[in-house]
Write a protein that binds this ligand. Structure first.
Ligand code: B12
Length: 210
């Protein structure tokens, strides 16, 4: 089971961009039936540390790209395990996308996977999605909820524009924003109903609102 030592090793392997070591730790933890969601949480912490090193100029863009690639591979391993373990009652339709100007999608893809496991019908518009496309798709899909993902500070403006446009076009359902750097202040600025930095909580919010 995940303990402080195995968690620390995995976090360090990601933070140090050690691809093979990371994948080995993940496989070892799965082999002893560790919770894939806890493994994912440790990987997310490793990614946060990669971001810190980038800010301190210890890593450059190539480091972020490498981290993204490692995380992607981790998800390839974890996804089938999560899908086997998590399931739920048929739920609502969710329209999901990363807002305009932002191409980060690893977190959004986790949300998509977890929502799908909980039997939400997820319409994922991908990344760098302009407000007008969200609005068009809301009219087509008629979702119970809209989820906007954004990791860049500069994406908050696009989130706000998207929320404003959706509301002005008559969408009254809940809008949930997600991304590692969000907080209550951003949520208020954007005009969204809920915010989260955690996919599992995001799913709970969607269940509450659907
Ligand atoms: C990997 C990475 C990249 C990869 C992304 C690969 C990909 N396919 O996504 C690449 C190399 C493309 C990249 C590019 C850039 N990046 Co980058 N990146 C990261 C890094 C290290 C990890 C992000 C990540 O995937 N984390 C793991 C996932 C699982 O976590 P998450 O996204 O937070 O998602 C979780 C929750 O937030 C939630 N969630 C997410 N979305 C949603 C949506 C909904 C609806 C819900 C309910 C929940 C939810 O669920 C997830 C699971 O719990 C972060 C560091 C950090 N602290 O986040 C920097 C970071 C986000 N990047 C940063 C920067 C600066 C950039 C670049 C501008 C760099 C450059 N010079 O070009 C570009 C921007 C490109 C663009 N236009 O978007 C900065 C942003 C700073 C800021 N304040 O704006 C960060 C914070 C690094 C740092 N500390 O400086 N990056």
């Amino acid at each position: 089971m995940g303990n402080t030592d195995t968690s620390a090793k995995l976090i360090t392997a990601i933070a140090d961009l050690q691809e093979e070591a990371t994948l080995d730790h993940v496989r070892q933890r799965l082999a002893v039936n560790d919770d894939p969601l806890l493994i994912m949480k440790d990987c997310k912490e490793g990614m946060r540390q990669v971001g810190e090193r980038y800010e301190r100029n210890e890593y450059f863009l190539a480091g972020l790209i490498m981290a993204g690639e490692i995380f992607h591979q981790v998800m390839e391993i974890l996804q089938p395990v999560v899908k086997r373990q998590v399931s739920g009652q048929a739920s609502g339709r969710v329209l999901l996308g990363t807002v305009e100007g932002d191409i980060h999608d690893l977190g959004k893809n986790i949300v998509n996977m977890l929502l799908s496991c909980h039997r939400f019908a997820v319409h994922d518009l991908g990344v760098d999605v302009p407000p007008t496309i969200f609005a068009e798709e809301v009219a087509k899909v008629r979702p119970h909820l809209v989820g906007l993902s954004g990791l860049l500070t500069s994406a908050y403006e696009a989130m706000r524009e998207t929320v404003t446009l959706l509301r002005s076009e008559g969408y009254q359902g809940p809008i949930i924003i997600g991304g590692g750097q969000l907080n209550e202040k951003v949520c208020q600025y954007v005009g969204a109903d809920q915010w989260t930095t955690d996919a599992v909580i995001g799913v709970e919010l969607c269940q509450r609102h659907s």
